[in-house]
Design a protein around this ligand. Structure first.
Ligand code: NAD
Length: 365
């Protein structure tokens, strides 16, 4: 008998429970269709974990996470917990999970679904058929560097964060990016600020050294300010981008807007063995939580990434992505991607959008 694969479902806060409930149905349906035996566990993280267990990352959640092959997360945080000290906030739970599991490689695709071209802030011809992948280092850099904090020096407050990368951290993320570029358009652009920051001079050197093992991938380098500009000027020039934690955080949100909506963007965070955390790029959207307004497609597309990268089931991933395409092609839109001037489209809520995707999965390829 084949052993079932453990998946940990973590709804989190805000719209998390709404979008994850829908995505969980997709997980079950696709697994059944493809004959993949999964066992689903559930856990708390973020604000709801603070309220229930007094900590954003309960020990039980971490234990379940260590046993799981893949984690499906909604998002964490919200105004209720905004006044807590930085180290006790919901986001700490997520940062802790990523670093405890050594999920160092964050994959953020920005793909423009053709029927949504009207929702992009750029001209349709600049973004039509856009398909870029941002690979962001996730467990190092300035978000984790020591020393950090706010102290008083000479009678005034001084804020400090440290931008630190060790050679092996750059090497391993570069290899992930080169491997992915190899499976796509064989072009990799490494983004840094090597004209100013020594830490990114090392970044550039190590990426260049790793590149010698990937002669079939064309490597280029770009300063982060230029990369931001190029992403909005001519985004289709890129195939795969690789960069550090902070630059990746910012650039992937820029890329997000090219595609029209945060509600459409999935992400994956992987460790060295392919274990992964899969989550939408967006946050908990407290302004629309509990109103059946959230777009569940980013989470559903994160499920597709889960099947592709952690469960080694690319066929299942394709099936989900095709179902999402079919629903958009048929004109269904949640509020965030609805443009009233586009004919033959209809606004739907979170649950109906989920049901429509499930119907398309049922219908088969
Ligand atoms: P957000 O992504 O939650 O929302 C930004 C805007 O996009 C809002 O207007 C929201 O309604 C909309 N939006 C987001 N997701 C949507 C969806 N699926 N469908 C439709 N509309 C959607 O960002 P924010 O407002 O800056 O943050 C809110 C909370 O989320 C904060 O507490 C923040 O810390 C947290 N957050 C968590 C994560 C995470 O868990 N990975 C990421 C970002 C923000």
């Amino acid at each position: 008998m084949t052993e079932s694969i453990e998946i940990l479902i973590i709804p989190g806060d805000g719209i998390g429970s709404e979008i994850v409930a829908v995505a969980e149905q997709v997980v079950k349906r696709v697994a059944a269709r493809e004959g993949i035996e999964l066992s689903l566990e559930h856990a708390l993280l973020g604000g709801i974990a603070i309220d229930t267990c007094g900590t954003p990352l309960p020990v039980e959640t971490l234990e379940k996470a260590r046993n799981a092959r893949a984690l499906l997360l909604g998002a964490v945080g919200g105004p209720k917990w905004d006044d807590l000290p930085t180290l006790e906030r919901p986001e700490r739970g997520l940062l802790g999970l990523r670093s405890e599991l050594e999920l160092f490689a964050n994959l953020r695709p920005a793909i423009l679904f053709e029927p949504l071209a009207a929702a992009s802030s750029l001209k349709a011809e600049l973004v039509a058929d856009l398909d870029i992948l941002i690979v962001r280092e996730l467990t190092g850099g300035i978000y984790f560097g020591e020393p950090r904090g706010i102290t008083v020096v000479d009678n005034e407050r001084v804020g400090v964060n440290s931008y630190v990368y060790k050679e092996h951290e750059i090497d391993r993320i570069a290899r992930v990016a080169f491997d992915l570029a190899r499976k796509r358009g064989r072009r990799l652009c490494s983004v840094d600020k090597a004209n100013v920051l020594e830490v990114t001079q090392l970044w550039r050197e190590v990426v260049t050294e790793v590149g010698r093992d990937y002669g079939d991938v064309q490597l280029s380098h770009m300063y982060v300010d230029n990369a931001g500009m190029q992403l909005v000027r001519a985004p289709k020039q890129f195939d795969v981008l690789v960069t550090g934690n902070m630059f990746g955080d910012i650039l992937s949100d820029v890329a997000a807007m090219l595609t029209g909506s945060l509600g459409m963007l999935p992400s994956a965070s992987l460790d060295r063995e392919g274990r992964g955390l899969f989550e939408p790029v967006h946050g908990t959207a407290p302004d629309i939580a509990g109103q059946d307004l959230a777009n569940p497609l980013a989470t559903i597309l994160s499920v597709a990434m889960m099947f592709r990268y952690s469960l080694d089931a690319p066929g299942a991933a394709d099936t989900i992505e095709k179902a999402v395409h079919a629903v958009l092609d048929a004109g269904y839109r949640t509020a965030d991607i609805y443009v009233s001037t586009v004919p033959e489209t209809r606004r739907v809520g979170t649950r109906e959008m989920g049901d429509l995707v499930l119907d398309r999965l049922e219908a088969g390829p």
